[in-house]
Design a protein around this ligand. Structure first.
Ligand code: AVJ
Ligand code: FE
Length: 436
């Protein structure tokens, strides 16, 4: 099957255009919901780590203009003077509030003007054109995933703002205890990455065969309850568990628990979207840095999985449960902000991989032991600033998406990355260990 057949499916180009239009409408509804706040909330910088929300809003429109209107549609720039303001490489996040950004009303008008023309381009584009940006609607997949990624970034900003009442919560299924907390993955060759997932990024390609010795991997992500034991055992005060840089980072910042946690007597509390609540023990831990994840794993007598080990545990499918699109939220995974938190361990038995590993997709991004590096045979497409400029020994890979990640923006081959000190993202981890 070619890439094109895979994405066109039985619906053909017309069905694909309808799906793209529906997904574009849905992601925009999401972006507008996260920016449905007063102007002060939108233009203020809530943390030096993040852009003002109004920057993300105009940036997704500008990205859409660059790729769909100019690159594919051949349309002249609508407002060339604003391009540098929304180029993520021109000004660091901390400097963005002092730029002459579009205000909230102007930003909404600009992105809706772009969107109108994008739908015209979608109408007339040939999705079977061999040009790789057009074939299978790749450019639309690019802007859709990009906007969802920024929506997740906006949720992290909203969490950092500690402002209540802006982020919707929801219902989740209950957890189940695991009879066997670890799963054995036998030695052997598996295929890492993809050649066939139509909207995969360059960094997920090409598919390549890889041999891994046998290993054990946790069935569920590490929970708050398990992480509390590490904290209570003095894990943050014992350098034996920490890499030197991690120890230094925690000392300098006075880090003693996950971000947003505070202790009151014997009880741990957290702030979640502006509201205080006791930390629920059976939920996967989130808002930990790579250094904390790595230290916990060493304390537990284990280690973080490599990204290859994480991906092999998914069983070689687009999703751990098979090829079915996770769009039917509910059954397989906690994705797409159905609730504003991870689901308790064991909540998604139907989402298990063929090996029986659960909650690989959704809930929390999972830190892995791997640096973000290109796969053998990597080819940059369509631009260097998505992946290529980040390769090296600077960023650690995260896998699987979080509760805040949209189903269209994650799959078992998807690779995310961040600095090992970052913890405003919705990141947790699971542990692994080699065979004895
Ligand atoms: C893939 C999440 C690391 O948000 O920094 C957004 C994605 N690239 N705009 C990020 C991205 C360009 C990127 N991550
Ligand atoms: Fe971006």
């Amino acid at each position: 099957m070619t890439d094109l057949d895979a994405v066109l499916g039985n619906a053909g180009p017309t069905g694909l255009k309808e799906r793209i239009a529906a997904e574009l409408a849905a992601v925009r509804e999401r972006s507008l919901a996260y920016t449905d706040a007063d102007d002060d909330m939108l233009v203020r910088q809530h943390s030096p780590l993040m852009s003002p929300l109004v920057w993300d809003l105009a940036h997704v429109g500008n990205y859409e203009e660059l790729w769909v209107l100019r690159e594919v549609g051949g349309i002249e720039p609508m407002r060339p003077e604003i391009d540098p303001l929304y180029d993520a490489f021109k000004y660091p996040r901390k400097d963005r509030p002092s730029l002459p950004l579009l205000g909230p009303a102007e930003a909404r008008k600009y992105i809706s003007g772009v969107r109108g023309r994008v739908l015209d381009v979608l109408d007339r584009v040939n999705l079977t054109d061999p040009d790789p940006l057009r074939a299978g609607g790749y450019v639309f997949g690019l802007v859709l995933q990009h906007e969802h990624q920024h929506d997740e970034t906006m949720l992290a900003t909203l969490q950092l703002s500690r402002r209540p009442g802006l982020v919707r919560d929801g219902e989740l299924p209950p957890g189940r205890p695991a009879a066997e907390p670890e799963v054995h993955i036998p030695a052997g060759v598996f295929t890492m990455g993809t050649d066939t997932v139509a909207w995969a990024y360059d960094n997920e390609r090409p598919a390549h065969r890889l041999y891994l010795p046998g290993y054990w991997i946790d069935r569920h992500p590490v929970t708050n309850g398990a992480y509390m034991e590490f904290v209570e055992d003095g894990g943050y005060r014992d350098p034996r568990w920490w890499l030197p840089q991690g120890w230094e980072w925690a000392e300098r910042g006075g880090v003693e628990a996950p971000l947003f946690w505070t202790r009151d007597g014997d009880t741990w509390w957290r702030v979640r979207f502006g509201r205080e609540e006791p930390v629920p023990p059976d939920e996967p831990v989130q808002h930990v840095s790579w250094y904390e994840a790595d230290a916990y794993a060493r304390w537990a007598g284990k280690r973080l999985p490599t990204e290859a080990e994480w991906e092999k545990a998914c069983g070689g499918r687009t999703y751990p449960w098979g090829e079915a699109d996770p769009g039917h939220l509910g059954r397989w995974a906690n994705l797409g902000h159905r609730a504003a938190r991870p689901a308790p361990a064991g909540a998604f038995p139907d989402g298990a991989s063929p090996y029986g590993v659960e909650q690989l997709i959704g809930d929390v991004w999972e830190w892995t032991d791997s640096w973000f590096q290109p796969y053998p045979g990597y080819r940059c497409f369509p631009y260097e600033e998505y992946s290529k400029v980040f390769f090296g020994e600077t960023y650690r890979v995260l896998r699987g998406g979080s509760w805040a990640t949209h189903p269209s923006a994650v799959r078992t081959t998807f690779r995310n990355w961040d600095y090992p000190i970052r913890r405003q993202i919705f990141a947790g981890f699971r542990c692994a260990r080699s065979e004895d």
